[in-house]
Each structure stands twice: as C-alpha cells, then as structure tokens.
Design a protein around this ligand. Structure first.
Ligand code: NAD
Length: 299
C-alpha cells in the first residue's frame, strides 16, 4: 500500500475562508472586530516564528491581533498583572501566552491566570475538564484540527483502535480524551503511550489510527505499524540538512519513507497538522468573541 496524503494546508485554508466569512457577518451585525492578544516572553526564535504565523492568520481572516513582547526576566507576579489587565479588557476576546516559558515561570500558573473564557488555546484546566466531560469548550487547537482532518477526509474513528504516542497537556492528552469519549467526538478504543511505555511497537502495531506527538524524529518506523493504518504525525523537529539554505529541515516523528508505504493515509510534515492548529485558533477566537456577547454559551 502507498499512503494518500492528508493535505492540512488545503483543509486549513477552507476553515480560514469560513472564519473570514463568519467574521464579516459578525461585524455586519454591529459587533466589534474579534481580537486576539498574544504575549511573548523572551526572544525564543521558535516562538517568534509561531507568533508570526498566528499573526498572519489573524490578518488573513480579519481578526485583530497584537503581541505584547515582555523580557524573559519578568516575574510571575508582573506577568499575572498583565494577564489580569487583558482578562478585564472588553476589547480583547482571546489571550494566548506563547509557550515554552523561561524556567522561572510555571506554565500551569500562567495558564490558570488567564480567564478560561478567553483561553483560546484550550489549555486552562476549566476547558480541559469540560472537554473530559463532553461539555462545550475551547478544544485544544491541535487535537481539534486533527478531528477536522478526519471529518474532511471521511476517516472513520468510531470503534477503531486509536493509539496516541505522547501524553503532553497540549497535544497527546487532549487528543486521547477526544478520541476516547463515547458520548461525543471519537468513540474509539484508545491507548496512550509515553516515554515510560515499555514496548512501544506492541501498541503501535495494532493501531488503526496512530497519532504521534512525541517530538522525536523518526521514532515510528514502517515495521512498527500495520498495513492500512491512518497516521497523523504531529511532530515538528528540526534536523540538520546541508542542502537547505537554513542548514536544517523540518521532519515529523515518523520515518515518512517507510511508514507511508504501509499507511492508508498520512499527514506530511510540514503541511499536515501544523496549519490546522493555527486555523483552529482562529475558530476559537471567533467563538470567544461570540461567547462574550452570549455568555450562556459558557455555562
Ligand atoms: P512534549 O515534549 O511536551 O511531550 C512529548 C510527549 O512524548 C511526552 O508525553 C513524552 O512522554 C512522549 N515521548 C517522548 N519520547 C517518547 C518515546 N521515545 N516514546 C514514547 N513517547 C515518548 O511535546 P508536545 O508539546 O506534546 O509536542 C510534541 C511534538 O509535536 C513536538 O515535535 C512539537 O513541536 C509538535 N507540535 C506540533 C504542533 C502542530 O501544530 N503540528 C503543535 C504542538 C506541538
């Protein structure tokens, strides 16, 4: 078998087109333009790149945005005061603190300081908790984007064996929650693997749907998957490449060459999951704007 490509760029574009139309309609009703406030702490080049992509997407769909760039010496107290100011502003719908944070700041504390009704990343414990009990919420953007891909390509998840490799709070865990819920979204039998999993292949080989978010280039090889598996490669890893002007190239967590020979569907890196994450952030920001006018949606 040779895998068909899941084109995240194309699907993300269609979602952004829809958000753009919805923003126009929202403003036609007399509402203010939705606004995403980004906070960057320090000058990490990866963070700067991701914020650049999010800013561009906001401009593309007509969502207002600005980035508050703060020094990496900022104290937790000072940062929380700034977040509080944005929480209280009625001109701001979504707040995003770009991760990772400098070591002296706790991501948990910072995320919890964001008003959950403005947490468009879907990382706040209130939103993760609501996800876990099938309540309407801001769904974490990457898993939500993956479900949009399943929908677009009519990939059935219900009753399948889904294996998630990686259990982080921002990708692996919410993905596993969404796959496993029996009353909404996934309805799949779900296995979660992480760095303490003893025999990874024992699990990946039985996956009908394999989602890999470990941040380990080439972790999954062809011999670790079965024929016909659907592979969602979330990983974004920089590896040295002397043929590239930048000196590196981006690869996922799967050995594309060998895995794509056995899979039925596969996401490429780049151009698979990444664009979906940004598109879902746009969707969540518009939802936050709507929820601020119709707070009953937050109940
Ligand atoms: P993380 O470092 O927070 O978590 C990694 C997870 O993988 C952990 O649960 C860890 O236990 C597990 N893991 C690590 N090595 C493993 C191994 N050998 N076997 C099994 N499990 C292992 O990372 P994250 O923030 O979840 O990101 C994971 C990857 O996804 C990274 O490459 C990141 O850049 C990428 N990412 C992509 C998007 C996107 O939009 N495409 C979004 C977020 C993250």
């Amino acid at each position: 078998m040779s895998a068909k490509l899941i084109d995240g760029k194309k699907v993300a574009e269609s979602i952004r087109n829809q958000v753009r139309e919805d923003v126009i309609q929202w403003m036609d009703y007399g509402n203010r333009r939705p606004y995403l406030q980004v906070i960057q702490i320090g000058t990490d080049p990866g963070s700067t790149t991701y914020i650049g992509a999010k800013t561009k997407a906001c401009q593309d769909v007509g969502i207002g945005t600005g980035t508050d760039r703060l020094p990496d010496t900022i104290s937790a107290k000072e940062l929380k005061q700034i977040v509080k100011k944005y929480n209280e502003s009625n001109q701001i719908d979504g707040i995003l603190v770009q991760l990772p944070l400098p070591n002296h700041l706790s991501a948990h504390d910072v995320i919890e300081s964001i008003d959950y009704r403005k947490d468009v990343d879907g990382f706040h414990p209130m939103n993760v908790g609501r996800l876990a009990v099938d309540q309407p919420t801001f769904r974490s953007c990457t898993p939500a984007g993956i479900f949009e891909l399943f929908k677009y390509y009519s990939i059935q998840v219900k009753s399948k064996h889904a294996v998630v490799v990686g259990a982080s709070n921002i990708v692996g865990s919410p993905m596993a929650i969404m796959l496993s819920r029996e009353n909404s979204t996934g309805k799949a039998t779900t296995t979660i693997c992480h760095k303490f999993t003893k025999d990874l292949t024992q699990h990946t080989i039985s996956a009908d749907i394999l989602v890999v978010a470990a941040g380990q280039p080439n972790l999954i090889k062809g011999e670790m998957v079965k024929e016909g598996v659907v592979v969602i490669d979330v990983g974004i890893n920089r590896v040295a490449d002397e043929n590239s002007d930048k000196g590196y190239k981006l690869v996922g967590d799967c050995d594309f060459e060998s895995v794509s020979k056995k899979a039925s569907w596969i996401t490429p890196v780049p151009g698979g999951v990444g664009p979906m994450t940004v598109a879902m952030l746009m969707k969540n920001t518009l939802l936050a704007a709507k929820n601020s006018i119709y707070p009953e949606n937050n109940k």
